[in-house]
Write a protein that binds this ligand. Sequence first.
Ligand code: GLY
Length: 390
Amino acid sequence: MNQAWYSELPEARDEEIRAALDRACARVQRNLPQFTTQYQSACSTDLQYKPIANTDWTNGFWTGEIWLAYEHTQNEQFKNAALIQVRDFERRIAQGIQVDHHDLGFLYSLSCVAGWKLTGDETARRAALMAADKLITRFQEKGEFIQAWGEMGVAENYRLIIDCLLNLPLLYWASETSGDPRYADIAQRHIHTAMNCVVREDYSTIHTFYFDPHSGKPLRGVTHQGNRDGSAWARGQAWGVYGTILSYQYTQDPKILTLFEKISDYYLRHLPQDLVPFWDFDFTDGSSEPRDSSSAAIVICAFLEAARTLDQQKAAYYSRWARQMMKSLLDHYEVKDDSRCNGLLLHGTYNRSTPTNTCRNEGVDECCSWGDYYYMEALTRFLKDWNRYW
Ligand code: GLY
């Protein structure tokens, strides 16, 4: 890659990262009275998160923030609040409340696997294993993939989506903790299928991919949240970056590592000057379209995960990008004025509707709960050798 323009960009220093994590924890603490028996909505509206019940695919991000705040501060108030939510996550999976979709990894890695790793809480472990059991029921033998959404086996639902890569760590963890290889086997078959279908020749990625329910034959790639079928949705590309390095950590499969490097390279080559992508890589400097800061936060986490496993030269390369991207988030995207906003990271985009995609406008240029979560995870990763929840 041409080194010229980015090698001079400033990098976030440890002192400013520590101060930012202190501020983030203080904001999480201020939000606890409103969001302990209820959760932050998926995204803010007019920069305010609203309280919701434990029914969305996003609830785990808020619990994950509370666990990260507990790790950083060792304040028992965070632990107690997070454990209240762990009980609620157990109730949700036991009663089957809004769990007929693939997002169980997002939900249960950050709430219950985290709770188990940090406190040894048996309820947390049991609930996470129940979630993993539920997730593998969505595996389709014909096509070899985990079906993302909707009634199982129906032609209009017979597809995977790139986001699912972040649901796989729950399965790898389940195999590790239970000794039962079935979970990891399904995770590996899914990522193999996904990488064959959603990665284009230029290493941009397709959001969703359909299969024939009768033969399992790969049919076609389409977008749901990207700008158009042929574009690279910025968060989808980020799910690809983080999902591949996490799967590599569990499988040690060099083909997955190569994909991580190539998908990351596409991401970096298409960034605008401030290193925070617009919501789709169809747009860059000069566009009036909104950014998606959450995409950058996800990729910083991925690069820091890569840095602790790759050789020294590559580790330095990805660490430098991570620090440069974080510097941009700290200087231009962190919420500075608590009176205006109860989130952490500005300028995220959840769903941006276009004539050529299938989502409805929601959370455009707002805070997103996963943006806030990955921002805190990234800050944490810079400061210590973090035992990941994934
Ligand atoms: N996994 C859904 C999203 O990234 O919006």
